[in-house]
Design a protein. Structure first.
Length: 331
């Protein structure tokens, strides 16, 4: 049985005005989370409304399946997106993802959702050209659903537990899929222990995003050196609690990916080439790269043709966590 407090409105405009007044939205209109819609979303994953998905102990916050479903409806998700949203919320609420710090930080870190496996094609998660931007319902609403859960379930409201000095538009929604079909590489979820036919979601909290662009190189080594220079210029933040077991997410576009493919480089080949170069003593103007193991460099194939770039998503006080997408219930 649903337990959320119920509200009645004369019309949709009245609902929107009240939700905005109460601070339940991200500033954009929402889909009304009617009991029928919420129950339909819960039925897809076969969960009782009170099933606990995760907690934020420092905020005395417990996120239930009902909370996830309500916010997924509000975000504009289709019911079949619910398993992916659920996996993303579970990943974000993993202790080592550090919800409290990554959503309350002054720097305004964003949460990136990367989808792997068959579910990408089943529900239309886009990983090609324009994958970071607008135009893809699954990308936009799944990313938005996680952020609404962070707001309404984890109490990260600006001026309350969200203390960002500026914040970022990436906090509205940031979700894309790995372009597994157009990449010679092992998909990220397989590298992280899942079967190729298992769908999974990785959530990575990032404070800084930089494009490592290279219009001149015509070799794997040249492109790799550009990525390494960009990583060293920024450096990565350290954290006593996390130790050095943190992650940097590299989203490698097809124009640079092809040089690695022509040279026969795997993701591990890049890591082996980069490792000692990343950890050489920093030069003037460079930061320190603090990664405990090569696998901390997460590599994802995505993006479209044209710009020879790899986007580097630097971490902020949390590990990237990968969770399996649960199978849909028989409904």
């Amino acid at each position: 049985m649903l337990t959320a407090e119920r509200h009645e409105y004369a019309d949709l405009d009245a609902l929107q005005d009240d939700y905005h007044r109460r601070g339940w939205t991200d500033g954009l209109p929402v889909v009304p989370p009617t009991p029928e819609r919420v129950e339909a979303f819960l039925a897809v994953v076969g969960l009782d409304p009170g099933a606990v998905v995760g907690t934020v102990p420092t905020r005395d916050a417990t996120v239930t399946a009902e909370v996830v479903a309500i916010n997924a409806v509000m975000a504009g998700c289709a019911p079949e997106y619910m398993p992916v949203v659920l996996a993303a919320v579970r990943a974000h609420l993993n202790e080592m993802a550090n919800c409290h710090s990554t959503t309350g930080t002054l720097s305004g870190a964003a949460q990136i959702v990367v989808v792997n496996g068959p579910v990408r094609n089943e529900i239309g998660v886009h990983g090609g050209a324009g994958c970071f931007g607008p135009g893809w319902r699954a990308n936009a609403t799944i990313g938005r659903a996680l952020r609404l859960v962070i707001r309404n379930g984890c109490r990260a409201v600006p001026g309350v537990f969200d203390r960002a000095s500026f914040s970022t538009p990436a906090r509205y929604a940031f979700c894309f899929g790995e372009d597994e079909e157009n990449s010679p590489w092992t998909p990220m979820h397989v590298e992280r222990g899942f079967a190729p036919d298992q769908s999974a979601v990785t959530v990575h909290s990032t404070m800084t995003m930089l494009a490592a662009g290279d219009y001149a190189s015509r070799s794997a080594e040249g492109v790799a050196d550009t990525i390494i220079r960009t990583l060293r210029r920024q450096g990565t933040a350290g954290d006593k609690w996390l130790g050095d077991d943190t992650n940097v997410l590299l989203v490698v576009g097809p124009e640079q990916r092809r040089w690695f493919a022509e040279a026969g480089w795997s993701k591990d080949d890049f890591r082996a080439y980069a490792w000692d170069r990343l950890h050489a003593p920093p030069q003037p103007g460079e930061g320190t790269v603090k990664l405990g193991r090569p696998e901390g460099l997460l590599m994802v194939a995505a993006g479209g043709p044209g710009m020879p770039e790899t986007w580097i998503m630097f971490p902020h006080l949390g590990r990237a966590i990968t969770e399996p997408v649960p199978a849909r219930a028989d409904v």
